[in-house]
Design a protein around this ligand. Structure first.
Ligand code: URA
Length: 210
């Protein structure tokens, strides 16, 4: 990908996102919509994956047919909200390897604190797609990508549902080599680090916690 930011404006994505933003959307519907959008965003984030050909036999004749090239890609969920994006993407890319980065946001400093890190081997040879629905301050995304790079990842993309301009700028400054794919760029962050207008706390909304 050459663009630092890809804003997916597809009507289905935008319609589903509007439903997700609404306060009265239930946990079950929110989760289902997130799963559906994750697949549409995955379509964009994998648009230019490297391809090769393999000779196959069709019922009529052999052909050199296109297949994905390279090692199986790695999906990395930034816990816990990233998990809401995982299942849908894994349905599209079932052979992907999966990693987890556990970071929580200190509600006072808004800084990320690491509590878990487990990623696939040979990260340096894989495309790594880090997923987190909300790119807010960018602090946890930048920290997660720092960790992935430290673990060897060289080719990373970041997939989110909503992004704040502050988070996009922070990511660009820290990791200009990591393209971002998002369904929306909202207005700003409030004093608590929430995206406005946003959709509230993505983890709470998908898991029904408060
Ligand atoms: N995380 C969320 O879940 N929502 C926001 O608005 C910001 C960070």
């Amino acid at each position: 990908m050459t663009e630092h930011l890809t804003h997916v404006t597809h009507p289905l994505v935008q319609h589903k996102l509007t439903l997700m933003r609404k306060t009265d959307t239930s946990t079950a519907v929110f989760r289902q919509l997130l799963r559906e959008i994750s697949q549409l965003l995955a379509y964009e984030v994998t648009r230019n994956l490297p391809m090769t050909t393999r000779t196959i036999d069709t019922p009529l004749e052999p052909m050199d047919a296109p297949v994905l090239d390279g090692k199986k890609l790695a999906l990395v969920s930034i816990l816990r909200a990233g998990n809401g994006l995982l299942d849908g993407i894994l349905e599209l890319i079932p052979s992907a390897r999966v990693g987890f980065v556990g970071l929580y946001r200190d509600e006072e400093t808004l800084k990320p604190v690491q509590y878990y890190f487990k990623v696939p081997t040979e990260l340096e040879d894989r495309l790594v797609i880090a997923v987190d629905p909300m790119l807010a301050t960018g602090n946890s995304s930048v920290a997660a990508i720092d960790l992935l790079k430290k673990a060897g990842a060289k080719n990373i993309r970041f997939l989110c549902l909503l992004a704040a301009p502050e988070g996009i700028a922070r990511m660009k400054e820290a990791h200009s080599d990591v393209p971002i794919v998002t369904a929306a760029v909202d207005s700003h962050l409030n004093d608590n680090g929430y995206i406005v207008p946003g959709l509230g706390d993505a983890g709470d909304r998908m898991f029904g916690t408060k």
